[in-house]
Design a protein around this ligand. Structure first.
Ligand code: PEP
Ligand code: MG
Length: 554
């Protein structure tokens, strides 16, 4: 028996034959940058069509983003510069794309970091085209499930796989937010990343994945096999139950209702959404509207987009987050100053309070779109109370102006903060008499508590919600809000971890917002929770000093 460890990035169990990637030489080689560009655009268009067909439009978005990059002349500026300076095409592509990727690498925001990953994937595509090489996977005939093991997998690679028999994914590189993980979650299969000893796994091996513990086993002994089999059976049973849950609200075993909302990035995400089991939208990330366009959307363009969300949501809860850009999330048309340390720079509400025109325009568009309806506005990256009060004052100014113009403006627009910084979390009591609600952004909160970049896979042991400091801080925020009767929710990834969600319910959490594909999992988790049992566990967890201890306790 051989066991290899990695990071459990997408949960589940799988048994299958290992498929690795092979680079094949092709007879057709492209000679010029123009030829390569054209070929890459063609390939990407085909991948877009295929993905939309097999996985839906949401998953196809990535290739839309690739096409936008490929059609942007800026992508090729450094490559052309290197060519002018006499470098060979291969070298110019390598350096030019790397320089572009490095700019995004340093950025904190997941969306922007994803762009670095995208640029590298496109670099590979260009180089494969130039060298007449193609990455292929020899998927065995028959109906046996297979598991792909590779150093890394780009979206282009993953779309070459037959999704029906794909049982699991293993990679050496890539972070918890990489495409491999997103794909695995979409397909509901396990993914183990950061597998340092990937060389120990060979083509055609039969392996067993435990995507809960992050363990890969080759030739398991009897005890391990039985263990895996039990885990697998439980997981399958859970999947079956999760997919057939009764629609409607969910209650814990001891009768406490927990409200489940969904996180969205735009109106398209809810086009076909069934709201019957949802409390509402717990986080609408509005920045995508700004990052997806080439020039700043004006009030009317924004209003139209927000209006679609208001129309779809009806009377359900709607929490809209104002722009979370700046510092690391550069948007070319905003021409924001470069910062030495963008992770700690002028972003979120800090930027909005500086770029007031931009902020007021967004607030105006939101209020216009609401058309007199009540809804909630949430400000990101609030550090201190003054920031919140200033933002609220600007909203008042916008509302007053619109009322004077004869617009119907609700008197019940709720305002709240995202708790993403240790400062806001430690002093959360100081916000209590001013905010209508609080939403904990556990992704950023973890990164800032641990001073560990959330996109840096090598810091995975520090960058986890299971760190005692993070657990204590989340508990402090939830319980302070509860004491003051202020509605508190969690909209970061912590809500998507079934065990962690149970723990937070034990701390007093009654509202959580997760991505669309994880709604049923969260609902199931609530049904499986006993509040009284979890309340007792919270006491023990808060005393624990190690990640492993906390994981074991819950
Ligand atoms: C968070 O930080 O937890 C969060 C939800 O915001 P984002 O992931 O958009 O930074
Ligand atoms: Mg955040």
């Amino acid at each position: 028996m051989k066991q290899i460890n990695g990071l459990a990035a997408a949960t589940g169990f799988a048994k299958g034959i290992v498929v690795t990637a092979e680079v094949k030489e092709q007879s057709v080689k492209r000679q010029s940058l123009d030829e390569i560009k054209k070929e890459c655009i063609l390939q990407t268009e085909q991948l877009y069509e295929k993905t939309c067909l097999e996985l839906g439009e949401e998953s196809g978005k990535i290739f839309k983003a690739y096409l936008a990059l490929l059609e942007d002349p800026c992508l090729y500026e450094s490559v052309e510069e290197h060519l002018k300076n006499g470098r060979e095409l291969a070298e110019a592509l390598e350096h030019g794309f790397e320089e572009n990727a490095a700019i995004f690498d340093s950025m904190k925001n997941e969306y922007m970091q994803q762009r670095a990953e995208d640029i590298r994937a496109l670099k590979k595509m260009h180089l494969e085209c130039l060298n007449g090489q193609k990455k292929v996977f020899h998927i065995p005939d028959g109906d046996q499930p297979y598991i792909v093991a590779a150093d890394e997998l780009t979206p282009v690679d993953t779309m070459k796989l037959d999704q029906k028999r794909l049982a699991g994914l293993i990679t050496k590189f890539g972070g918890a937010t990489s495409h491999v993980v997103i794909l695995a979650k979409t397909l509901g299969i396990p993914a183990i990343i950061g597998v340092k000893d990937l060389e120990e796994i060979h083509e055609s091996d039969i392996i067993f994945l435990d995507g809960e513990k992050g363990v890969i086993t080759v030739c398991p002994d009897e005890e391990t096999r039985i263990d895996w089999e039990n885990g697998y059976q439980n997981w399958m049973k859970q999947k079956e139950i999760m997919n057939h849950l009764q629609p409607g609200p969910v209650y814990t075993e001891d009768g406490t209702q927990v409200h489940i909302s969904v996180n969205i990035g735009g109106s398209k995400d809810i086009a076909d959404m069934d709201f019957s089991s949802l409390y509402g939208i717990g986080l609408y990330r509005t920045e995508f509207l700004f990052t997806d366009l080439e020039k700043k959307p004006d009030v009317e363009a924004q209003r139209k987009e927000y209006q679609k969300v208001f129309d779809k949501v009806g009377n359900k809860d709607l929490i809209i987050r104002t722009l979370d850009i700046g510092g690391d999330k550069q948007i070319s048309y905003l021409d924001l100053p470069k910062e030495e340390n963008p992770f700690l720079g002028c972003r979120g509400v800090r930027l909005c309070l500086k770029e007031r025109f931009l902020f007021e325009e967004q607030l105006e568009a939101l209020v216009r779109a609401s058309n007199g309806k009540s809804f909630s506005i949430m400000f990101p990256m609030v550090d201190v109370l003054e920031e919140f009060l200033e933002a609220k004052q600007l909203l008042k100014k916008v509302c007053d102006k619109l009322r004077k113009e004869g617009c119907v403006v609700s008197r019940d627009i709720k305002t709240g903060i995202m708790v993403e910084t240790p400062a806001a979390a430690i002093c959360i009591d100081q916000f209590m008499s001013n905010v209508d609600f609080v939403s904990i952004g556990t992704n950023d909160l973890t990164q800032y508590i641990m001073a560990a970049d959330r996109g840096n896979a090598s810091l995975n042991t520090l960058q986890t919600i299971y760190q005692p400091a993070v657990v204590r801080m989340i508990c402090h925020v939830i319980q302070t809000c509860q004491k003051h009767n202020v509605k508190v929710s969690v909209c970061g990834e912590a809500g998507s971890d079934p065990k962690y969600l149970k723990l937070m319910i034990g701390m007093g959490l009654r509202y959580v917002s997760v991505s669309k594909s994880l709604v049923n999992q969260a609902r199931y988790s609530v049904l499986q929770t006993s509040v009284s049992e979890m309340e007792n566990k919270v006491e023990q967890v808060l005393q624990a000093s190690k990640v492993a201890e906390i994981r074991k306790l819950i």
